[in-house]
Every structure is written in structure tokens, then in C-alpha cells.
Design a protein around this ligand. Structure first.
Ligand code: G4P
Length: 193
């Protein structure tokens, strides 16, 4: 997605070896116009897939996911990283290990929001090692729902997340695919949409 790649080149900052900071438009301050365009591109890619729910994980997946849900005219559900006192009914959970933070967290979705009648599009802001997406797949499978694909805003293609998800038999659609960071500059490979 050229608009996104151009924005990454303009406003993204490479931190250290392998982190891209995009807090001015995606992960902290959010550019809703860009999110809206992202929503339209994912909706176009999955318009014939019979999507009934968009699923993401808090926090930074929520912004793109809500616009994908709007464009597909379906609800968006975000997995929670902390149990909340109002989550008293059945919950579906998965353990997510973060290589970046070296911590395992339990993520959950109330079971009443997903069923075997659902076809889900998973959306997330970053794909690095794929652990967050894998956790979401586990939860969706516990609900008996189907997964049509995983929509990623920024994929770091030099990490192994895409392989993990494709090996699990799930289609990955990434709008920006980063091949490498070379001397602090972002180098892209061809994106999926
Ligand atoms: P994984 O889910 O692909 O396995 O990712 P990993 O454990 O490596 O990353 C942990 C967190 O760091 C995730 O956010 C992920 O989105 C984010 N992340 C990974 N690489 C980058 C990057 O290059 N830049 C930025 N800005 N973030 C990155 P999180 O902590 O789970 O959630 P959130 O609350 O920040 O959304």
C-alpha cells in the first residue's frame, strides 16, 4: 500500500537493530484518515470471504481494526490483555509470549462474542514473531470459528511471524513488508495489497 509505505518513510523512525517507531500515526497518535484507507484496502481484499467479525488485540491493533470493521460492516472484537471485573461469563484464553518483552501474558475474549457461525479476519498493527496472532488463532479455534486470513499493517519480513502463520495454514495479507533496516533506513519488499 503505497500511501502507507510513503508515510513510514516520512514519519517512521528506526530504533536500534529491528524496531520501527510509528507512534505519530499508528501506535500512539493515530491518523484516522490513514486508518480509514487501510480499512478500505483490507475490506476490498476480503470482501468475498464472508467475514462476520474482525478480531484484534489491544492496544495498537484496535485503531486499524475498527476501520476494517467499518468498511466490512461487521463488529470488531479486541482480545484483552488483562482480565476485567466485568468479564464474569465464559472466556476464551491463550498464552502469548513476547520475544521483544520476554514476558508471557494471557489474552482473552468473552466466548459470547465468537461462535462456530463466525468467519473471522484477524487484524494487527505489527507482525514480528507472530506470537500475538498465534494466540488469537488459538482463541478463535476454541470458539469453533473459521479464520479467513490475517491482515497486518506492518510486517517485519526478516522475523519469522509470517512463516509461523502460513505454516499454520492461514493466509497473511500485509500492507507494508519490511525486508530490512539498512543504516537506519527502511527497505521494503513487495506488499500483498
Ligand atoms: P509478535 O506478537 O509478532 O510475536 O511480536 P513481539 O512479541 O516481537 O512484539 C511485542 C510487541 O511489540 C507487540 O505489541 C508488537 O506489536 C510490538 N512490536 C513488534 N515489533 C515492533 C516494531 O518494530 N515497532 C513497534 N512500534 N512495535 C513493534 P504489544 O506490546 O503486544 O502491544 P501494544 O499494546 O503495543 O499494541
Amino acid at each position: 500500500m503505497k500511501l502507507l509505505e510513503d508515510r513510514i518513510l516520512k514519519d517512521g523512525n528506526v530504533l536500534g537493530e529491528n524496531i520501527l517507531k510509528v507512534d505519530s500515526f499508528l501506535t500512539h497518535q493515530v491518523d484516522y484518515e490513514l486508518m480509514q484507507e487501510i480499512g478500505k484496502v483490507f475490506a476490498e481484499a476480503y470482501k468475498n470471504a464472508g467475514i462476520t467479525k474482525v478480531v484484534t488485540i489491544e492496544a495498537s491493533g484496535i485503531a486499524p481494526a475498527i476501520y476494517v470493521a467499518q468498511a466490512l460492516d461487521v463488529p470488531m472484537i479486541f482480545a484483552k490483555k488483562h482480565k476485567n471485573i466485568t468479564m464474569t461469563e465464559g472466556i476464551l484464553t491463550a498464552e502469548v509470549y513476547s520475544f521483544t518483552k520476554q514476558v508471557t501474558s494471557t489474552v482473552s475474549i468473552a466466548s459470547k462474542f465468537l461462535s462456530e457461525n463466525d468467519t473471522v479476519l484477524v487484524v494487527d498493527d505489527f507482525l514480528a514473531n507472530g506470537q500475538a496472532a498465534k494466540g488469537l488463532l488459538e482463541i478463535i479455534s476454541q470458539a469453533g470459528a473459521k479464520v479467513a486470513g490475517i491482515g497486518i499493517v506492518i510486517e517485519k519480513s526478516f522475523q519469522n511471524g509470517r512463516k509461523l502463520l502460513e505454516d499454520a495454514g492461514v493466509a497473511v495479507t500485509s500492507l507494508a513488508r519490511i525486508k530490512a533496516f539498512e543504516e537506519g533506513k527502511v527497505k521494503f519488499m513487495e506488499a500483498d495489497a
